[in-house]
Design a protein around this ligand. Structure first.
Ligand code: SIN
Length: 335
């Protein structure tokens, strides 16, 4: 699986986005009547990067080039700390943040996705994301003038560190980089680790500088961010789900003429369905690439070892139920 060079071109790209916004579309977007600016934080060659690229292609094709989606991947434009604000200010039009990052912007109910071992397979996650509960979660976003347009899978997270993590005891005392999620922080605390929330684009540097000792992520993110070069061990704990909610600035979305909005929405629905279908195989390909690279040692856990983790994190469920009300946690568990 190919991985691109890491880049830091945020300032130049913000200028580029601003020019496009001011009605001065540049290069390939020169003939488009509308350009949608979509920012995200991961590499192009990931389940999210590929699905959003597919979205852009479908929109361009179905609108015969009159609508373009301009994608800014890899935190080139905005990172975890400023992307939602940029969306609310209209500096970009669409985002696809991890569902684990919605709690900190006021949507605590999204934390159910981050509960450890809440889903065994992606099809279990779909019972939430493609059902009534997922719809309710998306609708809540209107409280902050955001439009929730759909969910997208990445896959299951694993633990990495400079030691194997085969039992909760192996995490004791480790500083673990996490997404800004209350539940993930709680998960790390009950496992004896010290959670440190950092933006995604700072993670590799923090690992390299030993500001943190380890992290959790999917193999596609681990591989494309070259975390294998700075972590000696990747343990396939498969303990947590990583997915995304695609969101738009409400004013931008409502201002699109109805027929074009329908075209864009359908293209997104189709792209997300396609993305969900390839997510597993993308993570599998990243694992194959990681094995071939031999930069990190890869450990597979036995069923008994995973059970020890599962039992150790059980208190997180009660803690979240106390925080957001038992009904959300029970509803997800019941599906
Ligand atoms: C992402 O996949 O969008 C980033 C997840 C992370 O921050 O770990």
């Amino acid at each position: 699986m190919h991985r691109p060079a890491l880049s830091q071109r945020r300032h130049c790209l913000r200028l580029l986005a601003a020019c496009t916004y001011a009605g001065t579309p540049l290069y390939s977007h020169a003939r488009a009547r509308m350009t949608i600016r979509l920012s995200h934080v991961v590499a192009q060659e990931t389940p999210k990067g590929l699905a959003l690229q597919r979205f852009a292609e479908l929109v361009a094709h179905r609108s015969e080039g009159s609508i373009q989606v301009q994608i800014f991947p890899d935190s080139q434009l905005y990172g975890d700390n400023d992307e939602v604000q940029a969306l609310q200010f209209g500096a970009v039009d669409m985002l696809a943040p991890s569902v684990s990052k919605f709690g900190r912007i006021g949507f605590d109910e999204f934390e159910v996705f981050s509960l450890p071992f809440v889903f065994d397979h992606l099809r279990d996650a779909h019972r939430v994301t493609q059902g009534e509960l997922g719809q309710q979660l998306l609708e809540r976003l209107s409280q902050q003038r955001l439009v929730g347009l759909g969910f997208l899978d990445n896959g299951f997270k694993h633990m990495s560190a400079n030691r194997p993590v085969l039992s909760p005891i192996d995490l004791r005392g480790l500083r673990m980089r996490i997404q800004a999620s209350w539940v993930i922080a709680e998960q790390m605390r009950v496992l004896g680790a010290r959670p440190i929330a950092l933006p995604f684009d700072e993670t590799r540097t923090a690992l390299s500088a030993r500001v943190v000792d380890g992290t959790e992520n999917t193999t596609s993110n681990f591989w494309t961010q070259r975390m294998d070069a700075v972590q000696s061990d990747l343990s396939l704990t498969q303990h947590g789900y990583l997915g995304y909610a695609v969101i738009a600035n409400e004013r931008f979305w409502r201002n699109i003429p109805a027929s074009e909005r329908a075209l864009i929405h359908q293209a997104l629905v189709d792209a997300l369905q396609w993305g969900n279908a390839i997510a597993d195989s993308q993570n599998e390909a990243a694992l194959v690439a990681l094995r071939a690279a031999k930069t990190s040692r890869i450990h597979t856990l036995s069923a008994a070892q995973r059970t020890r983790f599962r039992e150790a994190v059980w208190p997180v469920y009660a803690a979240l139920a106390k925080r957001i009300g038992a009904s959300w946690v029970d509803a997800v568990k019941a599906l």
